[in-house]
Design a protein around this ligand. Sequence first.
Ligand SMILES: Cc1ncc(C[n+]2csc(CCOP(=O)(O)OP(=O)(O)O)c2C)c(N)n1
Length: 664
Amino acid sequence: MTMTAEKTASVSPSEMANAIRFLAADAVEKAKSGHPGMPMGMADVATVLFTRFLKYDASAPKWADRDRFILSAGHGSMLLYALGYLTGYPDLDIEQLKNFRQLGYRTAGHPEYGHVSLAETTTGPLGQGIANAVGFALAEKMLASHYGKEVVDHHTYVICGDGCLMEGVSQEAISLAGHHRLNKLIVLWDDNEICIDGATSLSVSDDQLARFRASGWKALRVDGHDQDAVAGAILEAQSADRPTLIACKTTIGYGAPSKAGSEKSHGAPLGADELAGARAKLGWPHPAFEVPAEILTAWRGAGARGAAARHAWEGRVAAMDAAKRSEFERRMEGRLPAGWQKPAADFKAKVIADRPNWASRKSSLEALEVLTAFIPELIGGSADLTHSNFTLTKSTKPVTPTDAGGSYLHYGVREHGMAAAMNGLALHGGMIPYGGTFLVFTDYARPAIRMASLMGVRAIYVMTHDSIGLGEDGPTHQPIEHLASLRAMPNLWVFRPADAVETMEAYELSLARQDGPSLLSFSRQNLPTVRNDASENLTAKGGYVLAEAEGERKVTLIATGSEVAIALKARDLLMAKGIGAAVVSMPCTELFDAQSKDYRKKTLGSGLRIAVEAASPYGWERYVGDEGIVIGLPGFGASGPFEKVYEHFGITAEKVAEAAIARL
Ligand SMILES: Cc1ncc(C[n+]2csc(CCOP(=O)(O)OP(=O)(O)O)c2C)c(N)n1
């Protein structure tokens, strides 16, 4: 359903836009920092969108079928905050605007998800918002295909700047959107030809319209200060059979007498004189933070005009088949289906009985087979490594441009675009995305993984080929510092499971958490089943004693993933020499760090501690202490059959036992 493109009566549209301009410029002035130029330049476009097109109800910010609005140019945050206040969002009163960028207020420097409801996603790192938007639009298309247009039918609008379009991730995003013919994705580009360094001509001469068209988009150009022209373009975009770029030619800092059209209005307060000059030029005599009643009333009317559409939608939801409705509501609220842990428990019991020798990527596939059969909101995918990551299950059928009924996305070789789209899928609601690539290529996805961690998004990264154990592909493909650097990222749970039991446990924890992403790291090489009991989710403790020493514990061998089997063998070798050694499996250091001091001390023991991980030793000193030993890889790996590579680098049971004996 589309809102009618009627104008709001009585107050002139340019006065409506001026209200945005001065709220933004005055807030930046008061904060003594921020970006006035972009909100002043895009005020007309935003006015058209929020008064004539956007389907929303400010009194019900989380209405599931609202249009999504994403301010990809997050530095222009005051545009969003001004719109939120003017339209009547309950979490954006005038005090919030007066305290822009101050501690303890929601009006953070860049829009943060969870702070203000109008921020559908956190933006600021340029390019992320437009790439998230592809996930939002995909989610809409997929959910509409499943539940019908009566209950899922909305647009995703983006405002982006030159910076967003210069970022590489934007190409991945527009290419994916064009391929999937996401015709309800509409991007309004603030084509002001200004960046921080000055004119965009300093660094870019792309024909953006041609670029978008080449990626399967419709591309239009309008004068971004001609509100009717903008409205005409949005109307045209709404009936397109593909996503649309609308290049809105604007003047940055519109109305500022000497700084308009210049980078001087981009990222600093205008200054008292310039601001006074803008007031005179635009005919806005009102004091800072004061919006005349008739203008505010007109804006509040715009914020309320979606209420009727929302009520109608609620009626349609109420009329849905009861079972379908409860599933739809459950998914949109992010609740897992009742009983989902039963098939997981059955799986673990079978593993304990069968003791398979699976590569952990294969354990991951088997776990995903079970989970995707039970949890339809799991949306799989891979960045063109489906048959290496083992992410496609029998229950996940690929989504195609003409059939969005599946639940698997072939993201193509676009790791960054994938991770950013996964954020959009998760934030839209109704979806729990998991996506795969090689662990080494998390570097290509890292900015979006960081945003997921910051926002607390439930995304699951399936990262296979997680060490020199991948063998012949060599050092370009062998992750070294990745685990350590990912473990350093706040709120990201990094799991490196040792077998199929730990794998399922890690998936259970990743699914159960609602407040952040999880990254699961899996081997290419086969690994034995190491667990004998699955009655308790031991991965939840992060690290635990997998095999206690026989007799007095002199040594504790701490290992993760594929090296747990090596540690177990080393324990046997030490035992044969009468040295009591325990093995601690440490699938998730973050969760281990959260355990009590007593538990951690008891688990790690008081004797010699040796950590074994086929990766950078960085970080393990925290667990082994000054007297301990870390067996890892100080530099890059090497190409060769994996057993030989392990031997070459001395990551073997014999070397671990030797190191222990030498130190004791
Ligand atoms: C990934 C990333 N790199 C750099 C920045 C710093 N930065 C913020 S705004 C900006 C310039 C953006 O120019 P444009 O999109 O044209 O915005 P406008 O000047 O029109 O406001 C830069 C480089 C950023 N926020 N994100």
